[in-house]
Design a protein around this ligand. Sequence first.
Ligand code: PHE
Length: 450
Amino acid sequence: MENNEKKRSSFSGGIGFVLAAAGSAVGLGNLWRFPYLVAQYGGGIFILVYIIAALTFGFALMTTEIAVGRKTKKSPILAYKAIHKKFGFLGYIAALVPIIILPYYCVIGGWVIKYMATYVGGAGRAAADTGYFGSFIGSSGSPLIFFAIFLAVTVFIILIGVEKGIEKISKFLMPLLLVISVIICIYVCTLPGAGAGIKYYLLPDVSKFSFMTVCAAVGQIFFSMSLAMGIMVTYGSYTKKETNLTKSVNQIEIFDTVVAFMAGFMVVPALYVFSGEAGLQQSGAGLMFETLPRVFDQMGGGMIIGTLFFVLVFFAALTSSISIMEAIVSSFMDKFKMTRLKACIITIVICILLGVPASLGNGAWSNIKLLGMDFLTFFDYLSNSVIMPIVALCTCLLIGWFVGCKVIIKEITRNGERMHRKKLYIVMIKFVAPILLVIILITSSLSQFG
Ligand code: PHE
């Protein structure tokens, strides 16, 4: 608690808060997950739906969570209860999400380390070979080792308490990631035939729209903006009363969306050039790892750019995994009054228990399926398409119908700030978001069981 109190007053001001929250938000969700969803859900139409949903739904939910945190000054497990005593359960469900995400996040983080090591070791060319990625994740042993390394680095940082130092480094590295991304995007635009790929990425093809597009976009908003899992409540609880929350929410959202957009721009048009639309539709979770090495292979100075790129992705993933693990550890400490070390050990055990199947699901255990999915896909589905929509739905009901939007609006405007899009906020929280979330929950369960 003491530690929390110290932290709770630690954001120096608006921009410190925005950068810390952006450090948590920008990660594999933007760089790895967003591009392959764009590819799977038909290019431009997914981007359009994502941006509309981010500006309405994402904005309303992020505003709510940060305001709940600042108002109650409590960690999520206690914050929802402090808003309404019947909603104590919500903190617990929200706390479950990081526990499910962290293990598979570390698996993907391990893939990033593998690629980083390959490039740093000067073997980047080999990564461009077809089949390189497949044979790596299919090999069972090697991905497990890299998973363990990523987990160990995360734990090490949390245990010796240098998160602040890593955050400082990443404040400097993140802009660099943007610069490198711009360079890669410009190069992709010069590939012969890039025009058609860029068109596919930017121009929405309405005939590709289905309700699954909305489900996927909303799930991605949760994941990418670290929503519906208590994380933004925690960040809100560390924010000063003077900080202008509407402005901060806008900045975090814009930053997160720009990084995702650029990540998509780097790979989707490029793969379109290499393998056409069919190639995009067949691609899956390996998209970033399979396509970018091919881009680097063709690009002048590509090996240096590739090395830098994977180092930066590693740092972006690390700041996120630290924030996911912090959330779990502090929930355990708050709830069970345990020491930090004990909470860390339990978190590591959970990570191994869930992370090993998530990793082996692409190799030795690929014949084991849960609801027709390998373990990693199943954990991703469970968190993004089931638990997060439930948390978001309950949050909307709590604020919209149990305590009233006024509570949040009052917190946002406490220093006399104007709240932009206030009407939109109320309509979203009371009506649109709950209805949408119910439909999403039905659709995503039907798509599995139907
Ligand atoms: N938002 C992060 C990303 O895009 C992932 C994350 C999930 C971070 C949960 C914190 C909590 O990669």
